[in-house]
Design a protein around this ligand. Sequence first.
Ligand code: PSU
Ligand code: MN
Length: 304
Amino acid sequence: MESILSYSKEVQNAINEDKTIVALESTIIAHGFPYPDNIELALKLEEQAREVGVVPATIAIIDGKLKVGLTKEEIEFIGQSDDIKKASLRDLPVILAKKLNGATTVAATMQISYLAGIDVFVTGGIGGVHRKAEETFDISADLKALSQYPVTVVCAGAKSVLDLPKTKEVLESKGVPVLGYQTNKLPAFYVRDSGLEVDYMVENAEEVSSIIKSNRLLENKNGILVTVPISKEDELNEKEFNKIIDELTQEVEQKEVKGKNITPYLLDRIKEKTDGRSVDTNVSLVKNNLRVGCNIAKKLKGNY
Ligand code: PSU
Ligand code: MN
């Protein structure tokens, strides 16, 4: 069958030479960060991976093609154009058929990583169960993807704009282990500790790699979530941040922001309310996640 994937030269070579590859998402570029910080970050992340001998595969959809690995021009296009759809699971078949452009969420990036045979995917934060989900039913397809694609997602947890206890419950129902990287507390993105426990603490990349191997031997379909706390120097003040979140939760309701627009809206408003500090914090945590993700991918390949 014809492959629907379109690999960059760099990623194609990496596959041919059996090099270690790590996937990166593109919603963070198109909708998660302001221009031009977004492009700078995307390029820096790729460079960071290469420096430790890992080939970055940033994933997006351009003209209906599922791109595994982007050129610099393609990253600039995704970061600059305002004609890029936020692409989650339900969007992929339509964006492909209509030959549109899409920035892939965690869910869609997991699906494409799985199709491309990439085992480890690094991002900032995952989507989850939104507050008041009992009324709105707003639960990110990221959780569905985690339940059905055996890809390891390295993140800084999920933001406390979500309902974290409910998010954890859904992950448990779906059979997704939530691992804490050198911590037994679930990180909450901008802050190190959400007050919740992770399922298991892991000490190092080697331990994660053996858990991934066990997951394979069990023939599990689900992915694994590795949560890495942001560094102590860079975390935001928890009290201040929680106050912002409470305010924004009300604001989203009042302004009737809905569905896929909620996450970009919140990110924008958090940036304003923290005088831009949330952006630096976000950069710091993604880089930290990438450092851990590259180590896990290398261990898994036996290339370390
Ligand atoms: N969290 C962030 N930044 C982001 C996202 C989440 O801090 O950019 C993006 C991710 O791509 C995630 C998506 O997969 O939002 C979740 O959106 P939704 O809740 O609409 O599924
Ligand atoms: Mn949603």
